[in-house]
Structure formats: C-alpha cells, structure tokens
Design a binder for this molecule. Structure first.
Ligand code: TXA
Ligand code: MG
Length: 324
C-alpha cells in the first residue's frame, strides 16, 4: 500500500488507473475519507467488504463526478431529487433512488435501489473525473474504517485503521482534513416525499426550503424505513473508549464540550469547538485521540440540537449506545 501525499495531476491519473485495475484507493471527501473501488467490479467490491470487515449485504454508496452521470445508476428520479441534487451537489448528500441494471446486487445489497453522491472535495472530484475519463462509471466508497468503528477524517487515520488489511497495489490519497467531518446526509427518494435516513450537514430545514415540501407529514400508506442502512444501526461510529453524555467528568476522563465549558482539574480536554460546525469537524479526531491515549471514558456535553447539531447528536447517541 502506498500513501500519496502530493495529489498532482499525474498522481490522480495513477490513482484512477489503480481503481480501473481493480485495486482499492482510499480518498478524502468533504465528509470523511472513503475506501474506493470500481463500482462495476465484483471482485474489487468484495475486497472492500474484506478490508472493512463489513458484513456482506450492506449497500455501498456510488460516487460520481456530476449530476450528468446520475441516470447511468438511477432511474425514475423524482423531481424533488433533481432539485436537491442541483442545490447540494457537489456536496455532503447521498440520494437513495431506484437502480438501473448497472447497479448490481453486490453494490445495493440486493435491494432495488442505489445510493449515489457527488462529493465536493477537490481531490475526490479530480479522482472521479479522471476515473470516468479512463472509462470508469462510478466509485463505490464506504467510510474507510473497520466496520462499526469511527470514520477517518485524515489520511493517517485511514492508515492506522486499514494498514493491516490493504494490499501492495492499494493507495491512500492524502488530501488533508475533511471540512464537514461527519458522514453525508442520506435521503430516501423512493416515495412521493423524501425522508432523512441519516442526518448530516444538509439539514431537514435546508431540504424543506429547497423543495418546499414539509417532511413531517408522511402520506398514509407510505412506509418510510423500507431500506437497509447499516449506519442506522445503534452502536455505530464508536471509539474504544466508553462514551457518556452530559455527566460531570472525573479525573482521567476525556472531555469534549463547546468552549464555554471549562476543563476540570485532571480531565483530558479532547476538543473545545466554538460552534456546531467545528464540533462536527473535530469530533472523530477527538475520538481517535482518546483511543491513542487509551482513555477508558469520554464525557461529552452534547451540542444544541440545531443545524448540523442534529447529526452530531445522532452520532453521539449511536456511539454512546455501544456500552449500554
Ligand atoms: O459521507 C459519506 O457518505 C461517506 C463518504 C466516503 O462518501 N460514505 C459513507 O459510506 O459514509 P458508508 O458505507 O460508511 O455509510 C453509508 C450508509 C450505510 O449505512 C449504508 O448501509 C447506507 O449508507 N446505504 C448505502 N446505500 C444504500 C441504499 N441503497 N439503501 C439504503 N442505505 C444505503
Ligand atoms: Mg461508515
């Protein structure tokens, strides 16, 4: 495995060729680092599951370079989904749509739908464009961590997570840190109205303002959660340290809280975000720092439940349920 820290045009060409050959390339996105493989190559996708230790049957998100390529992967795209894509792509949003024949069972977990996203990180976009120029159609990329663990937001974190499992020809592209810091908003677009499966930077209010539809009232006879999403499992996104929410920290505990909370004596401060956006950016880095320091416990004062705070609180609930 090689780590490419200087993502020049020729390095991107080489990374795209690596994907075309069926090897894996971990790359930065604006949310978290992804572990990429050619989404049409069954063997390459099988390696993603192996490297992640992810149970087979959990669907993967297909990454493309622009909305123009969406109809290769998805059909019967509702008007509201096009509006969302035009507004938020490239960006931290995944749309679940009815699949075309290109999206095989090994991508969708056997479901008749597929998750698609156009990321906004410059390295991700350059890689996807180059991959398509070399004849590729889409890059499947789950977060580049072992199953159930914390998503990596730096190339070093990817290396620590996966070094034992990657092969000689695989690559990690180092594109610096991830601006958003938590995974994309996943939106189910299989019904007459969208619903949020995983909250993220794109909030319910942003979606409602864009498509002028209130997401709360679900039409009778339409179930919302008929899709499988492993990120919806409780006990996900968890560090080794035990996560405890809104308790007073004791000596030797790690502590994450906004900057207005002082650090008690003997407590190890892991992050002091000044607002919810920085909270999201710093959260997974702070989890990893706690594990590096082998802290048994992290006390977290939860952020206000607005904007990206809703997504942070969703992840904190999942991370804290691991030990309860
Ligand atoms: O921000 C992100 O979305 C990152 C970056 C790398 O793009 N990717 C990511 O992938 O978080 P992953 O596989 O770690 O989480 C994607 C979640 C999983 O819970 C998966 O089950 C769900 O999305 N998912 C993918 N395709 C789906 C589909 N067709 N139907 C329902 N859920 C789907
Ligand atoms: Mg993941």
């Amino acid at each position: 495995m090689s780590i490419i820290s200087n993502c020049t045009a020729s390095a991107i060409k080489d990374a795209a060729a690596t994907l075309i050959k069926g090897d894996l390339v971990a790359f930065p996105t604006e949310t978290v680092y992804g572990l990429g493989a050619d989404a049409t190559n069954k063997d390459a996708i099988a390696r993603i599951y192996k490297v992640k230790g992810r149970p087979v049957g959990h669907p993967l998100i297909v990454h493309i370079s622009s909305l123009g390529n969406l109809d290769k992967w998805a059909r019967d795209i509702p008007e509201y989904a096009v509006k969302l894509a035009r507004t938020f792509w490239p960006g931290p949003m995944t749309l679940i749509l009815p699949r075309t024949d290109l999206a095989k069972d090994f991508i969708t977990g056997g479901q008749d739908n597929v998750g698609v996203r156009v990321p906004s990180h410059t390295v991700a976009l350059a890689l996807l464009k180059e991959f398509e120029d070399q004849g590729g159609l889409g890059v499947a990329a789950p977060s580049a961590n072992r199953f159930g663990a914390v998503s990596p937001t730096t190339a070093t974190a990817v290396e620590i997570e996966l070094v034992e499992y990657l092969s000689k020809n695989d690559q990690i592209l180092d594109g610096g840190y991830c601006n958003v810091g938590i995974e994309s908003t996943i939106i189910n677009c299989l019904k007459s109205k969208p619903s949020i499966l995983r909250p993220g930077w794109v909030t319910k209010e942003m979606i409602e303002n864009t498509i002028e539809i209130n997401l709360d009232s679900i039409p009778a006879n339409e179930e919302i959660n008929d899709v499988k999403a492993s990120g919806l499992l409780l006990s996900h996104y968890a560090p080794k340290a035990k996560i405890v929410l809104n308790k007073k920290p004791r000596k030797g505990d790690g502590f994450i809280a906004d900057i207005s909370h002082p650090t008690p004596n003997g407590v190890i401060r892991l992050a002091s975000p000044v607002n919810n956006l920085i909270f999201a950016q710093d959260l997974y880095k702070a989890f990893r720092l706690a594990d590096e320091k082998k802290l048994p416990r992290i006390i977290i004062i939860t952020p206000t439940n607005n904007g990206i705070g809703v997504a942070i609180n969703d992840r904190l609930k999942k991370a804290s349920s691991k030990h309860t």
